[in-house]
Design a protein around this ligand. Structure first.
Ligand SMILES: [Zn+2]
Length: 252
C-alpha cells in the first residue's frame, strides 16, 4: 500500500515540475498513478492494497462454497437444508446489520457445522473505497461484536463486491481477519435465470476454487436459492466436495 501511495505522490510532484515544459507528460504523470490506484481499489483480485486469497491448496476434488449478504429469513433456512441434503459445508459471509436482526439464523449456520464470516456491518458498497480509517474500523468492529454475541468468532473477511480501501489491510491485520476473494462468482443480480448464474459460478472449475454466491433480496426472486441448488447438483455430478479450508491452505 505504501508503495502505491508513494508512487502516486511522486507522480503528482513530477507532473507539477514538468507541466510548463511538457504538458502531455505532466498529464500522464498526474493521472496514471491514479488509474493504478483505482485498479487496486476496485478490481476484486488486485493484490496491491490487501492480500486477497482467491484459491486454496488441495490435492482432492474440493471447492469452497461461500455465500454472501445474509443471513436472510427466507433464504438461509432453505440453503441450510440444501447443504445438509448434499453433505456440503460452506462459509456464510454475513452482514452485521442482518445478523443483528436475525441472530438465531447466525446460530443455525454455526450449529449446522458451517463457518460464519465477516462481510462488514452495513455493506457500504458505494462508499467503502473512500471510508476513513475510523469508519473502516467501525464497519469491522460493529459486525464482529454482533457475531460474537451469537457465539461466532469471525476470522475471515470479504469486502463488499471485493472493493478495497487504503486503510483496510492495517485494520484487518489489527483484528486478526484474513481477506478472502473468489475464483468464480455467480453475479446473480445480472442473470436472467438460475442456470446462467450456476454455470458462471462453476465455469473452469478445478480443485481449490472459491465459489461466490449470494442470498437475500438483492438476488432476483427467480434466482434466489435456485442457483445454489444448481451449483450443488453440478458439483455432485463432477465429484466435488464442498469444504471449508484451513487458514494454511489459502493462497492469493
Ligand atoms: Zn456482499
Amino acid at each position: 500500500m505504501r508503495f502505491l501511495i508513494i508512487v502516486n505522490l511522486a507522480g503528482k510532484l513530477a507532473a507539477i515540475l514538468v507541466c510548463r515544459t511538457a504538458p502531455a507528460t505532466a498529464l500522464a504523470l498526474w493521472f496514471t498513478p491514479d488509474a493504478v490506484l483505482a485498479y487496486h481499489l476496485f478490481a476484486p483480485h488486485a493484490q496491491g492494497l490487501v492480500r486477497v486469497h482467491r484459491r486454496f491448496k488441495t490435492l482432492r476434488r474440493e471447492v469452497w462454497l461461500t455465500i454472501d449478504d445474509g443471513p436472510d429469513p427466507e433464504d438461509t433456512p432453505r440453503i441450510l437444508e440444501l447443504l445438509a441434503a448434499h453433505g456440503a459445508h460452506a462459509t456464510f459471509f454475513v452482514i452485521g446489520e442482518n445478523a443483528a436482526i436475525h441472530p438465531g439464523l447466525v446460530r443455525a449456520i454455526a450449529d449446522a457445522g458451517h463457518e460464519v464470516a465477516h462481510h462488514t456491518h452495513t455493506h457500504p458498497l458505494g462508499t467503502f473505497w473512500c471510508a476513513s480509517p475510523a469508519r473502516v474500523g467501525r464497519e469491522l468492529d460493529a459486525a464482529t461484536e454482533v457475531l460474537r454475541s451469537t457465539g461466532a468468532n469471525p476470522m475471515r473477511f470479504r469486502a463488499p463486491a471485493g472493493i478495497k480501501n487504503l486503510w483496510l489491510a492495517q485494520a484487518l491485520a489489527a483484528r486478526g481477519l484474513t481477506c478472502v476473494g473468489w475464483s468464480a462468482r455467480g453475479l446473480e443480480r445480472w442473470c436472467a435465470e438460475p442456470r446462467e448464474a450456476a454455470s458462471r459460478a462453476t465455469r473452469g472449475l478445478s480443485p481449490g476454487a472459491i465459489l461466490l454466491l449470494h442470498e437475500g433480496p438483492r438476488v432476483p426472486a427467480n434466482i434466489r436459492v435456485a442457483a445454489i441448488l444448481l451449483v450443488l447438483e453440478r458439483l455432485k455430478e463432477l465429484g466435488y466436495q464442498c469444504v471449508v479450508p484451513r487458514p494454511d491452505q489459502l493462497v492469493a
